[in-house]
Design a protein around this ligand. Structure first.
Ligand SMILES: Cc1ncc(COP(=O)(O)O)c(C=O)c1O
Length: 449
């Protein structure tokens, strides 16, 4: 039997957790130690089971301990766990590059591997910058990004990030960014209604891009849903309007599909829902089905060709990581894609079912908005939704809601006072019902107390 007490002690003494106020963690939190999992369920060292309602941070697609992925990783382990891709290639990485080029939105033929969402974005920024230098457009050195954007935690990704609570601390380290307002319909600054507005927010965004076009290397955007901002769902047509402007103005469109990729929004990639073809595409999270850290930055042939020349030309992309193209991760990704592709047809209907189940939660007194695109859901609670009055931050309402859910055997996560649900795509109807029921009960328990 695993000794939970020893593990918790070791954790509290030595493990510095991400995005965590460690004094609260050490002094107040009940530490749950996950030991195993199967399907959509996690099991802790005390044998308690929890429904993984956020796919282990939005990355797990098919559940835990999926035989086909386990077998693929084991088979790769029996061959080799890692070899460098500097000066060599390896079997699964070469295969995966070809596979991604096949399934990506048209035109994205070149695949640069890295390890996480942040590094996929970091590579995208440097690629876009160097592309412009090497095509004679040296004035294009800046990036545009959305308000409340989240693209990861490396310094480049933080620079384009727009969430003050996370990124404000690092202001002196961040490079200057052209900021486009968040298309957040709940807080529409014009007081417009999504059903009848004419995408005035997109008009404003385009005007900003036009104003700065000559200095812009790229626009970085989370297509359709700004996840970490609290699952802000963009109004329909917004993305394609921005994409059109980028094409017209010579600004590279960098689609960060780290969160939205691999079926999360109901289609393989979110961009295709608005027929958008990005110049650069960033992928991570679901790439390996949630098994191993692997990321990819895809680029067009046109961008790739700007990096070609003799070794002495200085045009190569001098960027990479020790584990770039790691064979275990690539083997997991290939097996995950084998499972995902046949699921795509039924995905929109299953996501709709999720939406139907969520609908009654809108009647809870303190639910201000339920935002959903595919399987990505944010339920925002407020003290008074009518007057848009938020709860005082020190009440930690979102945090208390997820603790209630956890005590009922369901893991969800807060983003401020937004309860985030984003389950594995393989979730069954019964599990979906449980996830929604417990979320509703937990919101009611905290907000109606
Ligand atoms: C849109 C987006 N980009 C990038 C990242 C960063 O990914 P990672 O945590 O793997 O670095 C995230 C993580 O949530 C994300 O949602």
């Amino acid at each position: 039997m695993t000794d939970t007490k020893d593990l918790v002690e070791a954790d509290r003494r030595h493990f510095w957790h991400p995005f965590t106020q460690m004094s609260t963690w050490i002094e107040d939190e009940e530490v749950v130690v996950i030991e195993s999992g199967r399907g959509c369920w996690l099991v802790d060292t005390e044998g308690r089971r929890y429904l993984d309602g956020v796919s282990s941070l939005w990355c797990n697609l098919h559940g835990h301990r999926v035989e086909a992925i386990d077998d693929a990783v084991r088979a790769q382990l029996d061959r080799i766990a890692h070899s460098t891709t500097l000066g060599l290639t390896n079997v699964p990485a070469a295969r995966l590059a070809g596979r991604l080029a096949q399934i990506a939105p048209p035109g994205l033929t070149r695949v640069f591997f890295s390890d996480s969402g942040a590094t996929a974005v970091e590579a995208a920024l440097k690629l876009a910058f160097q592309y412009h230098v090497q095509t004679g457009m040296r004035s294009r050195t800046r990036f545009a990004a959305l308000g409340s954007a989240y693209h990861g935690d490396t310094v480049g990704s933080v620079s384009i990030g727009g969430i003050e609570a996370m990124h404000g601390m690092f202001a002196p380290l961040r490079f200057d960014v052209v900021r486009v307002p968040t298309p957040d319909c709940l807080r529409c600054p014009r007081g417009l209604d999504r059903a009848s507005c004419r995408l005035e927010c997109a008009d404003e965004a385009v005007q900003i891009l036009e104003r700065h076009a000559r200095s812009l290397a790229g626009l970085v955007v989370e297509p359709l849903v700004q996840g970490a901002a609290g699952m802000i769902v963009q109004p329909e047509g917004y993305l394609s309007r921005l994409a059109g402007a980028c094409g017209r103005l010579g600004i590279l469109l960098i689609a960060d599909e780290v969160a939205t990729g691999f079926g999360r929004t109901g289609t393989l990639f979110a961009c295709t829902q608005e027929d958008v073809r990005p110049d650069i595409l960033c992928l991570a999270k679901g790439l390996t089905g949630g098994y191993l850290p692997l990321a990819a930055t895809l680029a067009t042939e046109e961008i790739f060709s700007a990096f070609l020349g003799t070794p002495a030309s200085g045009r190569a992309f001098l960027h990479g990581h020790t584990y770039t193209g790691n064979p275990l991760g690539c083997a997991a990704a290939l097996a995950s894609l084998d499972l995902l592709e046949p699921m795509l047809e039924t995905l929109p209907a299953r996501a709709e079912r999720f939406g139907e189940l969520l609908e009654p939660l809108a009647d809870l007194d303190h639910v201000a908005e339920i935002r959903r695109r595919g399987f990505m859901v944010g339920i925002e609670v407020m003290q008074d939704p009518g007057s848009r009055t938020a709860y005082p931050a020190d009440l930690r309402t979102g945090h208390r809601i997820i603790n209630e859910a956890r005590s009922r055997g369901v893991i969800i996560r807060p983003l401020g006072d937004v309860a985030v649900l984003n389950p594995p795509l393989s979730i069954s109807d019964e599990e979906m019902e449980l996830l929604v029921r417990v979320t509703g009960e937990s919101i009611a328990a905290v907000t109606e107390a």
